[in-house]
Write a protein that binds this ligand. Structure first.
Ligand code: 5GP
Length: 191
């Protein structure tokens, strides 16, 4: 690629470690501008409105859809809605910032058609077995839910070829550095 992309979309299968990677990047690479999504999911303990997400009601979400304010939005895991506001990305890009969107696959597909200049990164597990053990290791889902998520993961893994590049999440530091370089930033500037 001749020019560094201003917007980078990070997606990948369930439990591959996307949110751990984005937290790591938030902590170590303040030069990255995170797109803060809107969601109808209630905040978890420790989450801050406006930082982790904009926590809004289903009615507010409906209004934003009606006003065509979303670059993309999706219902994730069949439950809550999540969306990227067009204005968030536009403002950051206009200010010359490198923006990272951590979103699900359905959202990534919408961004592809609406923001053709964006760069698409697929975060992959080192192997399918690794994904299975990560999901088991979390211990947060029962057997039936685990099977359902693994089925979803199989479908999601097949989407890899739609992406510009794959980063293997074998080591969090290494994967973060690779992502930062792919964004056209210098991974040596680590605070
Ligand atoms: P969580 O509720 O655990 O924070 O996120 C659940 C899922 O929603 C993750 O897969 C995350 O990538 C996805 N997600 C977060 N924000 C957005 C968004 O703005 N749009 C879409 N399509 N997915 C999102």
């Amino acid at each position: 690629m001749s020019e560094a992309p201003q917007a980078t979309v990070l997606a990948g299968p369930t439990s591959v470690g996307k949110s751990t990677l984005s937290k790591h990047i938030r902590t170590h690479y303040p030069q990255v501008h995170f797109s803060v999504s809107a969601t109808t999911r209630p905040p978890r303990a420790g989450e801050v409105d406006g930082e982790d997400y904009r926590f809004i009601s289903p009615a507010e979400f409906d209004e934003l859809i009606a006003a065509d304010s979303f670059l993309e939005w999706a219902t994730v895991h069949g439950r809550h809605r999540y969306g990227t506001l067009q204005s968030t990305v536009e403002q950051a890009v206009a200010a010359g910032k490198r923006v990272l969107l951590e979103i699900d696959l359905q959202g990534a597909r919408q961004v592809r058609s609406r923001l053709p200049g964006a760069h698409f990164v697929f975060l992959a597990p080192p192997s399918f077995d690794d994904l299975v053990s990560r999901l088991a290791g979390r211990g947060t889902e029962d057997e039936e839910e685990r099977q359902r998520r693994l089925e979803t993961a199989r479908i999601e893994l097949a989407a890899e070829s739609e992406f510009d590049v794959t980063i293997v999440n074998d080591d969090i530091d290494r994967a973060a550095r690779e992502l930062i370089s792919r964004m056209g930033l210098d991974p040596e500037i680590d605070v």
